[in-house]
Design a protein around this ligand. Structure first.
Ligand code: P53
Length: 477
């Protein structure tokens, strides 16, 4: 007897901008992902001021899923998936974001994709906003720092809820809405919120404002979605990176507590409808002038999410500074230290399978909601053997170790888990670096970091391994 539920959702996860390509096909508008160049390991992607000639924008072609989805869906079916997590590119539906009417060609694309999936018994699981908002909303409105963007998002959400109400049951509002807790760099604020911080501006205050509008927009979408179809399950989507104290020193322990609060209040607002007390106090003490109205607070209360979707790749460790302020303010870029008890990937991500069990327990303790692991995986360089095959035992062992911990959380700790969709199960463009060579896939895609390659698909060893895992409902790892 499997320890996992009979209707467990076994899938794979991707995002529109990282695999579709076709960046101008069918009237699609320019998204924030379309103005991000390719970086490298340790080299940040640049955000250009619009699309510039001569730059390498890896998302423009992605892996050409826009044109190849039919044969890809056949492969997904062969793998045995019963669900497929992707996002709807906002710019296919509303190319600029502020139009009155949606773009029919974009709507039709997702009709065709969802039909192809459903014909194979694969349910779509849809993220509304996954790092791909219309660039026009950045230029004209300043991204999510502007309250007007709430209405544009609600229009988009309403359009796709109505259109796909009989094809999609599982939704999420904002992908990894909490990445922007790291507000000191340009990446997370831009990908989450289409926000560029001007010189002299307080990035932290801007982040709290943008994230607040997103939480309001998310709550409105939850309300509207439930009116359109009461069977909809609409979740939050949180990047879960547990933060451990570097030592038993009470200052480190409290630092870790504050760090967890700072990274996960987004989940609290979406799950409970309330801002946590520490944050309201912190914002007050910092003197941030935030537009958070009483009406907004009502909206948050009436649009609570049905489940917590989350990604899990790694854990991190934090320590208190020598002169820690009373607030114990968490600064992601300076407060982390290397945890020597766990190994790291080539990209410096700390590999910690047990952290997944910890995270599942933590979420359950806090919110009493069902959980859905909607991303997990190992980014690694794959090498073809003489016959062109990839023997990715390192990926299999990463996934096996995490699934084992996931099963313990269910069987021993009683966590209510809906499903598991490993990230990038078909190779795609990395969000963080724009590389192809940081691969997560069980399906290999022949394309390199410079954009060369045939785009041909082939199965890695992990494909056959995961196929068997699904067939046994996770019993045989
Ligand atoms: P890449 C940072 C930390 C954890 C997850 O990431 C993250 C990020 C952003 O880089 O992003 C999620 O491609 C995200 C996906 C992304 C995936 O994790 O940088 O939801 O879009 O591709 C893996 O290796």
């Amino acid at each position: 007897m499997s320890q996992l539920r009979k209707d467990f959702l076994w899938g794979g996860a991707v995002a529109a901008h990282q695999l579709e390509g076709g960046w101008q096909a069918g009237g699609k508008g320019v998204s924030v992902a379309d103005v991000m160049t390719a970086g490298a390991n340790g080299v940040e992607r640049r955000i250009t001021d619009g699309v510039k000639p001569g730059e390498n924008y890896p998302n423009h072609e992605g892996i050409d899923f826009y044109h190849q989805y039919k044969s890809d869906v056949d492969l997904f079916a062969e793998l045995g998936l019963n669900c497929f997590r992707t996002s709807i590119a906002w710019t296919r539906i509303y190319p600029n974001g502020d139009e009155a009417e949606p773009n029919e060609a974009g709507l039709k694309f997702y009709d065709d994709l969802f039909d192809a999936l459903l014909a194979k018994g694969i349910q779509p699981v849809i993220t509304l906003s996954h790092f791909e908002m219309p660039y026009h909303l950045v230029k004209e409105y300043g991204g999510w720092r502007n309250r007007k963007v709430i209405q544009f998002f609600v229009n988009f959400a309403t359009t796709v809820f109505e259109r796909y109400k009989d094809k999609v049951k599982y939704w999420m509002t904002f992908n990894e809405i909490n990445n922007q807790a790291e507000y000191s760099g340009s990446f997370a604020l831009f990908t989450n919120s289409g926000v560029k911080v001007a010189p002299g501006e307080n990035a932290e205050a801007v982040m709290y404002q943008a994230a607040h509008y997103e939480c309001v927009a998310s709550a409105l979408a939850v309300q509207i979605g439930h009116q359109i179809n009461p069977d909809f399950q609409i979740g939050a989507m949180i990047a879960m990176v547990p933060l451990y104290p570097a030592s038993p020193d009470p200052r480190d322990v409290f630092k870790a507590e504050r760090a967890m609060q700072a990274r996960y209040w987004f989940a609290e607002v979406q799950a409970t409808g309330y801002y946590p007390a520490w944050l309201t106090k912190y914002q007050e003490n910092a003197g941030f002038d935030l537009d958070i109205t009483l009406e907004d607070r009502d909206v948050l209360q009436s649009g609570k999410v049905d489940y917590i979707g989350f990604s899990y790749y790694m854990s991190n460790t934090v320590h208190a500074k020598k002169n820690e302020p009373d607030s114990f303010k968490y600064e992601e870029s300076v407060d982390q230290v290397r945890n020597e008890t766990v190994p790291i990937s080539e990209w410096g991500w700390q590999i910690d399978p047990m952290g997944l069990r910890y995270a599942m327990n933590w979420f359950t303790d806090c919110f009493r909601l069902r959980l859905f692991i909607v991303e997990n995986g190992f980014g690694a360089v794959d090498k073809l053997d003489a016959n062109g095959h990839i023997h990715d035992d390192y990926r299999i062992s990463y996934l096996r170790d995490h699934i084992e911990q996931m099963k313990l959380a269910v069987a021993v700790d009683g966590v209510d888990l809906m499903g598991y969709t490993p990230w990038g199960f078909i190779d795609l463009v990395s969000a963080g670096t724009g590389q192809m060579s940081k691969r997560y896939g069980m399906i290999y895609v022949d394309k390199d970091d410079d954009g060369n390659g045939t785009l041909a698909r082939s199965k890695k060893d992990s494909f056959y391994w995961f196929q068997h895992v699904i067939a046994t409902n996770g019993e045989d790892l």
